[in-house]
Design a protein around this ligand. Structure first.
Ligand SMILES: [Cu+2]
Length: 189
């Protein structure tokens, strides 16, 4: 949300479990709240579920030679274990920033995740589903998502400088075979 007239027409269709609105009714009324904004979702809340897999991703940065690296659990892509999932699993992910300088807009491809808690406080009632979450210095979030879209999906910082300097991993489905028409010999930049 930007404090500029150009932002007035910028409508972002957040998905909110408790909202009664449809996309057509979504409008920016000057006040954005997690619980009062957004459109209704068909997803049930994942907050009270038992989780089939739990992962923790600690975000940080460091130096390597003369350059900066951005790390998940102290490592850089591709030297980071993927989040192994099975179709139908409910996955919990803890995102914790131990980076005291940089924001990390963490983006998961192929799924929406529910934000369960921030810094230990549950996000109640207005549970929202997102595919990107800005993790600011020192913040800690718990997320959950349903593994309902088999494949190998990137889970990375959307500051692409950070991503290309290490802050990427993937959600990898059990038994998923990379389609043969994808040429794996020439990784793209
Ligand atoms: Cu980042």
């Amino acid at each position: 949300m930007l404090n500029t007239p150009a932002a007035d027409g910028l409508i972002i269709p957040l998905i909110n479990r408790t909202s009664k609105k449809t996309l057509d009714e979504t409008e920016y009324d000057g006040i954005f709240t997690l619980t009062g904004s957004g459109i209704a979702t068909e997803y049930a809340s994942l907050a009270s579920n038992k989780y089939d897999q739990e992962y923790k991703m600690v975000l940080s940065h460091g130096m390597k030679g003369m350059g900066m690296i951005y790390t998940i659990n102290g490592r850089t892509y591709p030297d980071i274990d993927p989040l192994d999932v099975k179709r139908g699993d409910i996955i919990k992910v803890t995102l914790e920033s131990k980076d005291m300088m940089f924001d990390h807009p963490m983006h998961l491809h192929g799924h929406f995740f529910q934000v369960l808690s921030k810094d230990g406080s549950p996000v109640e009632d207005g549970a929202i589903f997102k595919d990107t979450l800005v993790v600011k210095p020192g913040e800690k979030y718990e997320l959950a998502f349903i593994a309902n879209n088999p494949g190998e999906w990137m889970f990375h910082c959307h500051d692409l400088n950070h991503a290309s300097s290490g802050m990427m991993t993937s959600v990898l489905y059990d038994g998923y075979a990379i389609p043969s028409h994808i040429d794996q010999s020439q990784p793209s930049e």
